[in-house]
Write a protein that binds this ligand. Structure first.
Ligand code: G3P
Ligand code: CA
Length: 246
């Protein structure tokens, strides 16, 4: 292994705490993650909130679409009880809360996924919240949605990095990323390991490559041997320990 991949906590330390809650993010920090990954939607009244799904049922005690509820209603939901009794009452965090956590922990980065179909105004609000805390240099904004990335490219201040998320690999990942102003090309682990030479080409061209999502040591080994920039995992403490022992 030449350079060690960074440890990226997927939705926080989501193997032990409810995903995308402050409990999971704090656990990710304690686990020694280099970056925390979160998913961002927007409330009915225009506030960015941290939750993965478009609907509330899987990870909260609410019902319906995230986008149909004001932020006061979303942050009053229980986003931890579905996971375990110990986490009952964990709220849905606003992006502002998560950014404040990052601001308080120098050296830790945020991998902020804007979920597909965010409007330009919604993406602009997210970027404004990043800039207001002077965190552009510590956030990488990623999305599967090319329209979101085009908006972000137009809106982003200098220093805010963008990443292209992909489930299947492009024939030419470098061109795909550069076309959208992205410095990172972030593929699914199965696709990448099926065509590793394309990841190497992206790395050789100077792109960051952060791979999602694996908790499997054999895959960590293969990815580390390829020299990927980061590994996104639900088990950041275990990946940190494995890297230290390798
Ligand atoms: O960081 C990329 C990864 O999180 C994408 O998949 O569904 O977990 O948001 P998903
Ligand atoms: Ca995500």
């Amino acid at each position: 292994m030449t350079t060690r991949p960074s440890v990226i906590a997927h939705r926080g330390y989501s193997a032990i705490a409810p995903e995308n809650t402050m409990a999971a993010l704090v656990a990710g920090l304690r686990a020694g993650a280099d970056q925390l990954e979160v998913d961002v939607h927007t409330s009915a009244d225009g506030v960015p909130v941290v939750i993965h799904d478009y609907t509330l049922e899987r990870t909260t005690d609410g019902t319906g679409r995230v986008a149909d509820h004001p932020v006061a209603a979303l942050t009053a939901l229980d986003a931890g009880g579905w996971h375990s009794a110990a986490h009952r009452g964990e709220p849905v965090p606003t992006l502002a809360r998560v950014l404040d956590l990052i601001a308080a922990h120098p050296g830790v980065g945020l991998l902020l996924e804007v979920k597909p179909s965010a409007t330009r105004a919604q993406t602009a609000t997210m970027i404004d919240e990043i800039v207001a805390r002077d965190l552009a240099g510590r956030v990488l904004l990623q999305s599967f949605d090319e329209a979101v990335l085009r908006d972000a490219r137009d809106l982003a201040p200098a220093g805010l990095r963008l990443g292209l998320l992909r489930e299947a690999l492009d024939d030419d990942p470098v061109a795909a990323a550069r076309d959208l102003g992205c410095v990172a090309y972030n593929p699914g682990v199965d696709a990448l390991l099926a065509a590793p030479s394309r990841a190497v080409a992206a790395l050789d061209a100077g792109l960051l490559v952060m791979v999602w999502t694996t908790d499997d040591e054999r895959e960590w080994r293969a990815l580390a041997d390829l020299g990927v920039t980061g590994i996104i995992t639900n088990r950041p403490a275990e990946l940190r320990a494995w890297l230290s022992a390798t």
